[in-house]
Ligand binder design. Sequence first.
Ligand code: ZN
Length: 301
Amino acid sequence: MQDNGPVAQTVGTGKDDSMPPTATRTWADLKQDQPASRRSIPEGLWLRCPSCAQMIYRRQMESNQHVCPECNHHYRIGAAERIRQLADTDTFVPMFTNLRAKDPLSFTDLKAYPDRLRAEQIKTGQNEGCQAGELFIKGRAAVAACLDLTFMMGSMGSVVGETLTRAIEHATQKSLPLVIVSCSGGARMQEAGLSLMQMAKTSAALARFDDKGGLFISVLTDPTTGGVTASFAMLGDVILAEPQALIGFAGPRVIQQTIRQELPEGFQRSEFLLKKGMVDRVVHRHQLRSEIARLIDYSGV
Ligand SMILES: [Zn+2]
């Protein structure tokens, strides 16, 4: 027998010939009875804020730079949205978009790695988990690279590392300030050792950039973890962080299990790291553009 879900017990008397007897009607039938206007409300038009638990109108949140209008919770955003927020209108020129990952380990988990990459490319419309290029921020020319959380959790594979390195080298050659916005689950396990090598490669490129007197502004957003935190993200001349962003190497649960001690409140959040001197300033998303422009002016690059 086909299961049509729970049976509605309390609606109708069963006397109306045009309606099936009460006992055989299901929730699915009731849904069909609803007026069209109620059925046509698109899903996800409203959402519950994970921080303040208020019901908020999605469009309002999105037009507020993906920040909750009630409590200032900063929603996670992808690289395309990040660049749209940072760059002056139509000034972003994407670079290094022809890089493609290889699969030297023939890695397969639930899916083969090339299949997974293809699925992510179709889902996001992006080639890889990092977008880089030249842009203007409040009229100041810069090179920016943004990790993309929507693409395999912003994990750092060889293409992400190579894109970052080329962006750093481009900023070095052109003597432009460099802005990297990080959000990542860490190294990409499908590329094993190759992804770990990106830590050394990006850090070495940043050392050469520093030798030439370049300005590197690192922006940490929720979440910045693993090999990204352990390399370029923490090498900024100035390190900014968005409010309440999770920033760490290993997650709090792993640390708690290892050291067997209660972790302090707010551990691994931006404000905690600001107090401990790991972050220079916590900046609201609405002020990020102004803050970066001001830092570029101060540094005189
Ligand atoms: Zn909220």
